[in-house]
Design a protein around this ligand. Structure first.
Ligand code: G1P
Length: 289
């Protein structure tokens, strides 16, 4: 059995320019889908998958994220005195054990690969998961838990993948697929943001990764890729041949919460998934159609 995954990296340093002015002073990862910030969905997904240590790679203006995963004594005392037990439980559920979350800053926006590299000293020599909070995945079992179950059989590097339409492919990392076994697809190549003509398939990388620690050496070479940024996919592509590398076709529906339409779609889907909101929201949606 491969080395278990105990740690996860959450790159949360991005500026969120697509959501201005909402994200002028609020981190984009704190945008709520229904009533929960995006970053909390990602942390809960990691926890469900057995992750014990959470490493946030943040940046300036992101302190609201740290406050979110901390006590809010004034609020808690007020909820306690008013016996608002349910609300109190919701607030307390966000608080990790002391030392379970570590924060480091990316300092400069040099790309996803650089953000992940910034977490290297917290990771050490063990495999690690990476979750991008922008990619929200609704399903019975969390995407990372599904991946780790598959990883326990095959080890190596792994990326979540899904089919995307040709006109969207240039927004993603794209795999060149090899042998397929159930939900696992052997990765034979990986290209970051190819044109539709260059794309080796329609299988795009979604923001869930399992990385072997060797990738940090390559990330530390700071080779620039698409958009002049240090790309995680490029370093992963250079690991081909040194360890098994698989795409994992997850069960669930993914929402691109880095785009306005995807974010709105996620809010609708998550509201319709909730017993306390489904009827009202369906009625409202029907009234628009
Ligand atoms: C990042 C990755 C890309 C991946 C995507 C998934 O791109 O670089 O490989 O397909 O996330 O959301 P970004 O969306 O940060 O440009």
């Amino acid at each position: 059995m491969p080395v278990p995954i105990r740690k996860a990296i959450f790159p949360v340093g991005g500026l969120g320019t697509r959501f201005l002015p909402a994200t002028k002073s609020m981190p984009k990862e704190m945008l709520p889908v229904v009533d929960k910030p995006l970053i909390q969905y990602a942390v809960e997904e990691a926890r469900e998958a057995g992750i014990e240590q959470f490493i946030f790679v943040t940046g300036r203006g992101k302190t609201a994220i740290e406050d979110h995963f901390d006590h809010a004594y004034e609020l808690q005392t007020m909820l306690e005195s008013r016996q608002r037990d349910e609300a109190l439980a919701v607030v307390k559920a966000t608080i990790p054990a002391p030392g379970q979350i570590a924060y480091t800053r990316q300092l400069e926006p040099l790309g996803l690969g650089h953000a992940v590299w910034c977490a290297r000293n917290f990771v050490g020599m063990e495999p690690v998961a990476v979750l991008l909070a922008d990619d929200l995945i609704l399903g019975k079992t969390g995407c990372l838990k599904q991946m780790i179950e598959a990883y326990d059989d095959v080890g190596g590097n792994m990326v979540a993948v899904m089919e995307v339409p040709e006109e969207d492919i240039s927004s993603y990392g794209v795999i060149a697929p090899g042998d397929v076994q159930d939900r696992l697809i052997e990765v034979r190549g990986l290209v970051e943001k190819p044109t539709a003509a260059e794309a080796p398939s329609n299988l795009a990388v979604v923001g869930r990764y399992i990385l072997q620690p060797r990738v940090f050496e390559d990330l530390g070479r700071f080779e620039r890729g698409a958009g002049g940024e240090i790309q995680l996919t490029d370093s992963l592509a250079r690991q081909l041949g040194s360890a098994p590398f698989n795409g994992f076709r997850f069960d669930g529906r993914r929402f691109d919460c880095g785009s306005k339409v995807g974010f709105l779609e996620a809010n609708i889907a998550y509201a319709l998934d909730r017993d306390d909101m489904r009827d009202d929201v369906s009625r409202i949606l029907k009234s628009f159609c």
